[in-house]
Ligand binder design. Structure first.
Ligand code: ZN
Length: 369
């Protein structure tokens, strides 16, 4: 398991640039006994202890015959939880480890269909996958401390790896997707965005398996990049960096084009439907005044408490089509933005649903276009 940290609790020190011993700064994170556990164990330690923890190959815990052994590996999360809380996006107070999941994968229709008529998806390798060497050079050049290791599923033909980048101070969960965009820009890694599982990296509660060699698989490849802890800017500056979006796959663009005229500026059909929707009895719908929360609840979704987000109120929601997510994950990965006088916006963060929006919610709820 993780190295025990018995040192007294220190406050987080100054940002690395101003601290005499940046490597002694304390980092907070959490770890889980397996992917099936929802009980985070808090961790606090130095960069050296964290690296030493990653130097070790792990083994899956005892598991039933036929189960996927990978799910029984211990896992690391950059999320900070208060004592007693369980794993979940709404319980994450902040994050101090950015873990880039470089899976070099894209999803394509598998030729089968869900009951909703949307295609079932399969992951395939992208062309020209990124390697650990591709990430080592830009991170070293920027002097950003990082630990890169190949994952359980990695093969020579289809390399997959993680890049663990600790931060000098925690970043509030609400700004995490902005931090991802800021870091990739600062580390000169934007050109590799298509190789990174962005929804996974932007998900504040995501687990990452610790290094482990798959039986019969290649040895774990590791690379430590010496450097300083990355000092994140203030949240207000992070907001200026926006949020990266993975480009829609061609089939998703087609799915949008088939259902709606697409607004070329945002590559989305969500701009054009406001005038088109009618209730079942033919009355035009003013989408700006719709009670989308009630519509979502009627569709069986949970909607979390509203939080101020610029001029909007932001709600985390579940997805009505969660059975289509990988492993059918029914988490609060969707968000709803409500702003007085404007059309609400809804989207699901799972890659397979990147092309879905409020229009799909309205159609499912029985509105007619
Ligand atoms: Zn979804």
């Amino acid at each position: 398991m993780f190295y025990q940290d018995n040192s007294p609790t220190y406050p987080i020190l100054l940002p690395a640039s101003a601290a005499p011993f940046p490597a002694r700064q304390l980092i907070r994170a959490s770890h889980f006994s397996t992917a099936l556990s929802n009980r985070p164990q808090s961790w606090r330690g130095t960069l050296e202890t964290l690296w030493a923890s990653l130097d070790k190959d792990r083994k899956p815990a005892r598991h039933p015959e036929g189960a996927d052994p990978k799910k029984y590996l211990p896992a690391l999360s950059g999320a900070i939880y208060e004592p007693g809380q369980t794993r979940g996006k709404s319980n994450v107070s902040g994050l101090q480890l950015l873990i880039l999941d470089v899976d070099n994968a894209m999803e394509v229709p598998a030729g089968e269909y869900h009951p909703s008529g949307r295609p079932k998806l399969a992951k395939v390798r992208i062309e020209c996958p990124a390697t650990i060497a591709d990430f080592r050079e830009p991170l070293s050049r920027q002097g950003i401390a990082a630990y890169l290791y190949s994952t359980w599923s990695s093969t020579e033909q289809w390399p997959r790896f993680r890049a663990v980048i600790p931060l000098a101070v925690p970043v509030p969960a609400d700004y995490w997707p902005n931090l991802v965009a800021w870091t990739l820009t600062k580390a000169n890694l934007l050109r590799w965005t298509r190789c990174i599982d962005l929804p996974c990296v932007q998900d504040v509660a995501r687990l990452n398996f610790l290094p482990a060699q798959r039986p019969g698989g290649p040895q774990v490849e590791r690379c430590i990049i010496p450097g300083d802890l990355l000092v994140p800017p203030e949240p207000a500056e992070l907001l200026l960096h926006g949020v990266l979006k993975r480009e829609l796959a061609p089939w998703q663009v087609q799915a949008l084009e088939e259902t709606l005229p697409v607004c070329p500026a945002v590559r989305s059909g969500k701009c054009s439907f406001a005038k088109r929707f009618r209730t079942r009895d033919g009355q035009p719908v003013d989408v700006r005044r719709l009670d989308v929360i009630r519509i979502l609840v009627n569709l069986g979704c949970s909607v979390g408490p509203g939080r101020p987000w610029g001029p909007c109120t932001k709600y985390r929601t579940t997805c009505p089509w969660h059975s289509e997510h990988t492993n059918g994950l029914d988490d609060d990965s969707a968000v709803l933005f409500v702003e007085p006088g404007r059309w609400p916006r809804w989207h699901c963060s799972h890659a397979c649903h990147a092309h879905l929006g409020l229009v799909d919610i309205l159609e499912t709820a029985g509105f007619q276009s």
